[in-house]
Design a protein around this ligand. Structure first.
Ligand code: PLP
Length: 438
């Protein structure tokens, strides 16, 4: 029973749909976090989105801060993106042959990103990362990869690996079905720990093909790294002939058009993209120098392909969305808006002595129930604080605010979020915090 004065939203239709979905899909969903396992209630089935707002099957309206987990930097149902998609679709949906639209999207990206010279389009972030890892292994002729505890890179076998105990560990699989032999090729270390990194390079000298990192780790809270640490990572990779992969599936086109590479002015060897690049359609990509990309088939010996890669409709959505991002002042306005939002909430929480921090970068934010000044590694997140998030999430839903259904997930602000939206959201957050903490 909710005792907070606001009635729980009605979920009759969503609950009915969920019951049905459970007869079709494992856990009733097609991606696990959607099942609302970490928060109250059953998943909301979304019927439509427009701008910053979404509506569920019961007619509840929310201001949305999940934004499809990041892709919708212009908000839902953006007119330019929609019109371009419809225009492209008039000519058919897929050919499995080259189209001019692929050139157009590639040109938009490569002309405005000094960190890559060639790109290959795929259909998801997972696929982009898998391909980047294969490229790094093919290029260096080494097998091991190194990842960080608390970074997520999609569900490829080699990356569904978590740290064991100790400073440097062979990975342990974090999913059933990942062979131990595969996990053994993945080394896992903590973020923000130079010593662990140096030790790994010592222990596995000349064996590490690639280090992969989310330069803005945003899948396990927002574990912002210092530039100096990322620079150290760049340097140690260079010294050891190891490729540095920036997984920019979230940060790419989000913290700036050039993503985290541009934000920190650090040049990785390979960059992976997803989410925003497809304007809400399924697109991923990886890019690098022309020389390194020449190792990809049919030019080189690293095989990678896709029936729907470079799909024209998806390319159209990407072209329309990225064109908007290149308008002068786009990121300045979006980032300023986010900063004001984050600071206002932090001021409120600090004034009331709540153990609550809002971390932010670009238009990404994360609510953490902590009194730590910084959280830079996974182990510094207090798992028991997630109980507070659970209550917070429920109160916000009851007040028309939709956050991703887990305290480990970040939120996103789009250019469609208005001042009025953010004012309403702040008030809802203040009320909800008062309830969570009192
Ligand atoms: N890499 C990062 C940093 C991600 O955040 C994600 C997804 O959230 C992925 C890779 C996997 O992308 P996808 O879900 O499109 O396969």
């Amino acid at each position: 029973v909710n005792t907070t004065g606001k009635p729980d939203i009605s979920r009759e239709k969503s609950a009915e749909l969920y019951a049905k979905a459970q007869t079709y899909f494992p856990g009733g969903v097609n991606s696990p976090v959607r099942a609302f396992k970490s928060v109250y209630g059953t998943p909301l089935f979304i019927q439509k989105g427009d701008g910053s707002h979404i509506w569920d099957a019961d007619g509840n309206e929310f201001i949305d801060f999940c934004c499809s987990w990041g892709p919708l930097i212009l908000g839902h149902n953006n007119a330019k993106v929609r019109e371009k998609v419809i225009e492209v679709m008039q000519n058919g949906m897929s050919f499995g042959a080259p189209t001019a639209l692929e050139n157009e999207l590639a040109e938009l990206i490569l002309k405005n990103n000094k960190f890559i010279e060639k790109i290959r389009f795929v259909s998801s972030g997972t696929e982009a990362v898998m391909s980047a890892i294969r490229l790094a292994r093919g290029y260096t002729k080494r097998d091991k990869i190194l990842k960080f505890e608390g970074c997520y890179h999609g569900h490829a076998d080699a990356l569904l690996v978590k740290a064991g105990s100790g400073l440097v560990t062979f990975g342990e699989t974090s999913s059933a079905g990942v062979p131990k032999s595969v996990a053994d090729e993945t080394i896992v270390v903590a973020l923000n720990d130079k010593e662990a990194l140096a030790k790994a390079f010592e222990e596995f000298k000349d064996q590490i093909a690639a280090v992969i990192i989310e330069p803005v780790p945003a899948n396990n809270g927002l574990l912002l790294q210092e530039k100096e640490y990322l620079q150290y990572l760049r340097d140690i990779c260079t010294q050891n002939g190891t490729m540095l992969i920036f997984d920019e599936v979230i940060s790419g086109f989000r913290v700036g058009f050039e993503g985290a590479a541009g934000y920190y002015q650090i040049k990785p060897d390979i960059i992976t993209y997803g989410k925003i690049i497809g304007g809400g359609m399924p697109v991923g990509a990886y890019g690098s120098s022309a020389a390194i990309m020449s190792n990809i088939s049919p030019e080189g010996s690293v095989y990678q392909a896709g029936t729907l890669s470079g799909n024209p409709v998806a390319m159209g959505a990407g072209i329309a969305q990225l064109s908007e991002l290149l308008r002068i002042g786009f990121y300045r306005d979006l980032n300023n808006k986010t900063e004001e939002f984050v600071e206002a909430i932090q001021r409120f929480a600090t004034a009331r002595n709540y153990k609550f921090k809002v971390f932010g970068i670009g238009s990404i934010f994360w609510f953490a129930f902590t009194d730590k000044e910084y959280i830079r590694k996974a182990e510094d997140i207090d798992a028991s604080s997630m109980e507070k998030f659970k209550k917070f999430h429920r109160e916000l839903l009851n007040r028309g605010i939709y956050l991703g259904p887990s305290g480990y997930e970040v939120g996103f602000i789009s250019s469609a979020h208005t001042k009025i939206d953010l004012e309403k959201t702040k008030r809802a957050i203040f009320d909800s915090l008062d309830l969570v903490f009192n």
